[in-house]
Design a protein around this ligand. Structure first.
Ligand SMILES: Nc1ncnc2c1ncn2[C@@H]1O[C@H](COP(=O)(O)OP(=O)(O)OP(=O)(O)O)[C@@H](O)[C@H]1O
Ligand SMILES: [Mg+2]
Length: 296
């Protein structure tokens, strides 16, 4: 959607002069990504060196779902093709519940990469803001990413506990903003469709099939592990230097385990995700890794 160029104008005018990481937080459908794009546009126009880190693992603006993505914003072209990630870190799930550690580490790592080259880094986050998971996530993201400013998008007072916590414990500067009245929230069905579209873009045919050994996985699988259980598991294809090259899905047929992916050429290992994916429909179901591996 083309957003109103005057949206959050006065906030944006203040923010464009900031240096460092600008982290946008808010519940689902509060306009975080719309604001993030506007901030990137403003900063690019102001001649800043700009990067975008998209930590929303559900509906990803940069790269596929279940990953955190980095995009260098060095031209208007980059802004109109955000989906092409310059770097990825695999998280393995489309929601932070159960994967807070990989999610926080992936995000902090890419923010560090971004901040080495850009002096204006916009960090977009998931809509999980409340409860223990939401607060733990925002606390540790803030602790490690050290944002110069957190922009808190809230309708009522739903972010007040989080804002209070960040200010008290981490001395974080927080600017509050109200979602715009004209905002048309996307429905759960539209959100699901967007996730499916994201997976389809990353895993649609043609895929290559590569035979894989038990020893290439992280976490490591025990000797004698029943390979049958890996059918349909989502994996991150890794390059051996900590980067995720893209997604893959495991297939177990005729006693042989293979990974279906576009990124086999430089593949050094596979990180197991926390979901199975159907390569016909691109629908996913969550899986608890510990149960899958150890049965408990
Ligand atoms: N000012 C606006 N006027 C009209 N529609 C808007 C406006 N801002 C955002 N929208 C629409 O509202 C929806 C939610 O906005 P956006 O994706 O920016 O929110 P979000 O907080 O990033 O959501 P999510 O939690 O799903 O990531 C989108 O469909 C977007 O196109
Ligand atoms: Mg968003």
């Amino acid at each position: 959607m083309q957003s109103d160029p005057d949206l959050h104008r006065s906030l944006r005018e203040r923010v464009v002069g900031e240096h460092g990481v600008i982290m946008v937080v808010g519940a689902a459908n509060t306009g975080k990504t719309t604001l993030a794009r506007l901030l990137l546009t403003d900063a690019l126009e102001a001649g800043r060196s700009v990067a975008f880190v998209d930590a929303d693992v559900g509906i990803s603006a940069v790269g596929p779902p279940a990953c955190v993505g980095l995009r260098w914003i060095d031209s208007p072209d980059a802004l109109s093709s955000l989906e092409h990630a310059d770097e990825l870190r695999f998280v393995g799930s489309t929601q932070p519940q159960g994967v807070v550690l990989p999610h926080v580490v992936a995000t902090a790592d890419l923010v560090a990469v971004a901040a080495r080259r850009a002096d204006f880094v916009v960090l977009d986050t998931t809509g999980v803001v409340s409860g223990v998971v939401g607060q733990t996530l925002k606390y540790h993201l803030t602790e490690l990413c050290k944002p110069a400013l957190v922009i808190a998008m809230q309708r009522g007072g739903e972010l007040e506990p989080t804002i209070g916590m960040l200010r008290r414990f981490l001395g974080t500067r927080v600017a509050k903003a109200q979602p715009h009245d004209s905002l048309t929230p996307s429905s759960p069905l539209e959100q699901r469709a967007a996730r499916v579209k994201g997976f389809a873009a990353a895993l649609a045919s043609p895929l290559q099939r590569w035979r894989v050994q038990l020893r290439v996985f992280a976490p490591t699988l025990p000797e004698g592990f029943d390979l049958d259980k890996l059918e349909g598991m989502l994996v991150g294809v890794q390059d051996g230097e900590g980067r995720c090259l893209g997604l893959g899905a495991l297939e177990f047929t005729d006693g042989v385990l293979r990974v279906a992916t576009r990124h086999g050429d430089q593949m050094k290992g596979l990180r197991l995700g926390s979901m199975r994916i159907d390569l016909d429909t691109f629908e996913t179901v969550p899986i608890r890794l510990r149960e899958l591996i150890f049965g408990t």
